[in-house]
Design a protein around this ligand. Structure first.
Ligand code: SAH
Length: 455
């Protein structure tokens, strides 16, 4: 027998927003039944229309705000609603930091039953223009090439002149490269027909060094008027160090293909996080907000509490960013990462910084680390920085058996953090404190570092 829902489709009702979902929609409850309504902020009262009901939750549309949140602001970006890249521009920055703090606290308690101190979110002084990497899909209109973003839930390209969370130099590069490609008759890739050429333009900029890289991603090997295009790009972009051509002839949403050639300048640009130097190639993973990355890693380093004699494991080490940070204070660091190219970068970055007390292995953390342990290796401190799905159960069990004195957990997903902290707490650890760090202002993402101690 189906239960009658407290609301029906097309009902018009008054609600109070209690929370935000992970995609920034307001959440209101009617007799415990959650309604998700875009653009509502916690504490606001509104009249809404129910537009869809499922068994356990429904969706609504905001008709009128009766009481506004004191944190509500006008979103500064003119394409905010169409784009969907940001979810929180209608909430002021203080409100954003508070909501992220609350989200971490709620999830840790609800999912993990973790009782610990969650510090206020560490935010940016200037929470705009922070991204060091931009990649825009290219399309065509009557008057030439356009590039910007896919309209929400579609593959329709909307032209974009600027993006307020991008470094301004990146906006300029995209505009300039579009103009130049247009001038020399480059065609845009047409996804439906798998015809045309230019698929994406990507730009990267070293925040500290100002060095820039442009990557042209095309369907075919042949880029019309290649030499002229390269010459003109090189002349018009200050700080340019590298122009790269990547060929992707597959029908896929993946942006880059397997063939990468240097058209002009260097293969890599460099940047610093703190005093560690990184060489970044077109394909390398590199954090998009280096200023906050430094804040995050410094916190991880502080939580690791190294005295210089420790042996440390950095699981899910990527290009070795955290490993190299830790290496300066540890006796030895072992990094593990599943992507072979990332480990090539990690080795190169260690050399670049003259750091010799690090070792990297390619493989799954949940396979490599248990094997190390079986061979008699142990760590005093273990750092993990897994992807959104969190740590594999086998890795958590090995940590519990290996019993490193400290565990530092860097997480981009509070829900899996909470789940994994529960496993570690049941296995003999205590979560001493958790620090949320705002790596992605204007969006719902939140990064955390947790400090655990063996008790
Ligand atoms: N610590 C790095 C990267 C963190 S992102 C930094 O701060 O830059 C998470 C990393 O985990 C990615 O590089 C991803 O390739 C890697 N990864 C995903 N699953 C893995 C697994 N099972 N074992 C090891 N690494 C994995």
């Amino acid at each position: 027998m189906s239960r009658t829902l407290p609301v029906q489709k097309n009902d018009i009702i008054d609600i109070i927003f209690e929370d935000l979902t992970h995609d920034g929609s307001g959440v209101a409850k009617v007799d415990g039944y959650p309604l998700f309504i875009p653009n509502g902020l916690p504490g606001e009262k509104a009249t809404v229309k129910v537009v869809k009901t499922n068994k356990n939750y429904g969706f609504g549309r905001l008709l009128e705000l009766q009481k506004k949140s004191p944190y509500r602001v006008e979103a500064p970006c003119p394409i905010y609603k169409e784009c969907g890249g940001c979810q929180l521009q209608h909430l002021n920055y203080e409100g954003q930091l508070q909501i992220k703090h609350k989200q971490v606290q709620d999830v840790l308690t609800r999912i993990g039953k973790i009782n610990t101190t969650v510090h206020p979110t560490l935010g940016m002084k200037e929470p705009w223009r922070y991204r060091n990497k931009v990649q825009v899909p290219i399309g065509e209109q009557e008057d030439g090439l356009i590039g910007g973003f896919y309209q929400q839930r579609s593959h329709q390209i909307i032209n974009m002149e600027e993006c307020l969370i991008q470094q301004e130099e990146n906006d300029y590069v995209i505009k300039k490269v579009k103009e130049i490609c247009n001038k020399y008759g480059v065609s845009a890739y047409d996804e439906g027909r798998h015809k045309g050429d230019l698929r994406h333009i990507m730009a990267r900029r070293g925040l500290v060094t100002g060095e820039m890289m442009v990557v042209l991603i095309t369907r075919t090997n042949e880029l019309v008027n290649k030499n002229k295009i390269v010459d003109e790009i090189a002349k018009s972009i200050p700080g340019l160090k590298s122009i790269i051509h990547n060929v992707n002839n597959k029908k896929t949403n993946v942006i880059m293909g397997d063939t990468t050639k240097v058209l002009w300048g260097e293969e890599t640009i460099t940047d610093y996080i703190g005093d560690v130097k990184f060489a970044i190639s077109a394909r390398s993973f590199y954090q998009v907000n280096p200023e906050q990355t430094k804040v995050l890693y410094e916190k991880a380093l502080e939580y690791a509490g190294l005295q210089g004699e420790e042996s440390v494991i950095d699981a899910y080490c990527g290009i070795g960013t955290i490993s190299l940070f830790l290496a300066k204070k540890a006796k030895k660091v072992f990094g593990v990462e599943i992507v072979p190219q990332a480990i090539d970068d990690a080795h190169r970055n260690a050399k670049l910084n003259n750091i010799h007390n690090v070792d990297f292995a390619v493989g799954e953390a949940e396979v490599v680390i248990p094997n190390w342990y079986k061979e008699g290796n142990e760590a005093d401190v273990l750092v993990v920085d897994p992807p959104r799905k969190g740590c594999d159960e086998a890795l958590l069990q090995t940590i519990i058996e290996m019993r490193p004195k400290k565990v530092v957990y860097v997480s981009c997903n509070p829900a899996t953090l909470a789940r994994d902290l529960r496993v570690l707490e049941d296995g003999g650890y205590k979560t001493l404190e958790v620090q949320p760090v705002d790596m992605f202002p204007q969006t719902m993402h939140v990064e955390c570092v947790a400090q655990l101690k063996l008790i």
